[in-house]
Design a protein around this ligand. Structure first.
Ligand code: IMP
Ligand code: MG
Length: 184
């Protein structure tokens, strides 16, 4: 079975312009990120916070490459206002039960586009006096004029295209694809 027909089967007939990051490439980089993170936190409590829903596959692979004790929780954030342009305000729809004070917090995100949501989120979480606050993003589009200061771990530089798969969606579709593709 060819890759193209396999992709069409998985997407229900939607074509990809290209597969931008395949399974092996992603797995290799996630392994490296896990090692970077392990080395970056020699001590202290580390809470890995996945931003739902986009980070769910990345997070589940990443935490298995971190070779030190961690806790895992999730965040659901929503921007105030409507339309496609983010208003810059953020609200938590699900707040981790765990106390953040005194802990290393690692926020895990699928992709940084403008970075606006994450910046607001960092301001909000910073008020809870964590020991440190850092972001790990699988993809970075480099479109933000001033990316979040806490951005510390990046998987790949992403092309300025609309990417789907490995957690990333288009209207809630394609999150389950094991690769990251450029939607046609
Ligand atoms: P930002 O606040 O502008 O950085 O928006 C980041 C969010 O937009 C990500 O968490 C994604 O949910 C979404 N997003 C941005 N670019 C893409 C893309 O290429 N594919 C899928 N979702 C994207
Ligand atoms: Mg999304």
């Amino acid at each position: 079975m060819s890759r193209t027909s396999e992709v069409l089967r998985r997407t229900g007939g939607r074509r990809m312009k290209s597969i931008v990051f395949d399974e092996e490439t992603i797995a290799r980089r996630v392994r490296e990120l896990g090692a970077e993170i392990t080395a970056a936190y020699p001590d202290g409590d580390l809470l890995v916070l996945g931003l739902l829903k986009g980070s769910f596959i990345f997070l589940s692979d990443l935490v298995r490459e971190i070779e030190r004790p961690i806790h895992v929780d999730f965040l659901v954030a929503s921007s105030y206002g409507s339309g496609t342009v983010s208003s810059g305000e953020v609200r938590l729809l699900y707040d981790p039960e765990t106390e953040l004070e005194g802990k290393h917090i690692l926020l895990v995100e699928d992709i940084i586009d403008t970075g606006r949501t994450l910046k607001r989120l960092c301001a909000l979480l910073g008020q809870r006096r964590p020991r440190s606050l850092a972001i790990c993003a699988l993809l970075h589009k480099h479109l933000a004029p001033d990316p979040p200061a806490a951005l510390r771990f990046v998987g790949f530089d992403a092309p300025p295209a609309f990417l789907v798969g490995y957690g990333l969606d288009h209207a809630e579709n394609f999150r389950h694809l094991p690769f990251i593709g450029d939607l046609e």
